[in-house]
Design a protein around this ligand. Structure first.
Ligand SMILES: [Zn+2]
Length: 86
């Protein structure tokens, strides 16, 4: 009978894991789990984030979301410019 290869962490893959994840990644386990749930929902075409916006802003949700997106992208492009300049 062949010896089973040492189990590796499902997240980083570089460390041995006694369970699903290695010790440092084990602390992030619930974040990783939630991230997987969100990915599945997105793949299934569920726009779960719209619900959050509607809950927070009601009728203004679409407007507020766009405003946030504009601000975020502006900041993102600025950061990108600064990075390439440095
Ligand atoms: Zn790990």
């Amino acid at each position: 009978m062949e010896e089973a290869p040492p189990k590796r962490c499902e997240h980083c893959g570089i460390r041995r894991a006694r369970r699903r994840y290695c010790r440092p990644c084990g602390r992030k386990a619930s974040a990783l789990y939630n991230r997987a749930l969100r990915r599945e929902a997105k793949a299934a075409g569920e726009k779960y984030w719209l619900e959050w916006w509607e809950k927070a802003f009601g009728a203004e949700a679409t407007e507020k979301r766009r405003e946030y997106q504009r601000t975020y992208m502006r900041a993102y492009r600025r950061r990108k410019r600064e990075r390439s300049a440095a």
